[in-house]
Design a protein around this ligand. Sequence first.
Ligand SMILES: [Zn+2]
Length: 210
Amino acid sequence: MEAFGAGRKDIGGSKFTKFQGDLNKTYRIGIVAHDFESPFKGSPTHYAKGAKQGFMCKSTKDRQAVCCTASYDGNNPKYKILAVIALYQQNSDGQIIGVDVMPWVFNEQMYKKLDALNVDTPWSEWDLELTCTDKGFQSFNVAPKKTSVWQAKDALKKTCLEKHDQIMKNPKAFFPRDLSESEIRDILGLSAGGSAGASDLDLSDLTGEN
Ligand SMILES: [Zn+2]
């Protein structure tokens, strides 16, 4: 056990702050990875609008879980994707004066935009310029920027990859909560036990104690 006072940022979550864009602001980033064949980690997730809660999808290849079979707005799972990025700090002349390495969690639409960039160089050789078009949904327009600043100097590259490893050590910290199926039933207001397919959903359950 450790002794500590106020101000610990790593209690109750990750000490790494997720990247968040502000409307109409432009950011230059680099995707940090050892291996550009698979720089991302992702998982299907749900968001229950009524309960204002996100959670990980529990379905497997062989079995549909209650999160997908229950009837609610959000039962169609959506991928959330985690990347580690180098966020460059720039001065008013656009010169890069510093680098923050941080997690960036984005949605399927963003992934498609990245995929559609279709540049003729490998991922590893470019940075990206992101312009935030919607702060609430964290939507960005994306453009490639030739040359990868974080990889340009060995010392910087080493630091970035070390931070990358710390962030990727516990990817779950950046995703919605991984609940049990019974916890998901509680959130959705379904009675515990039994399957809760859309067809056998009794509406009276929705006004019950949960
Ligand atoms: Zn699901």
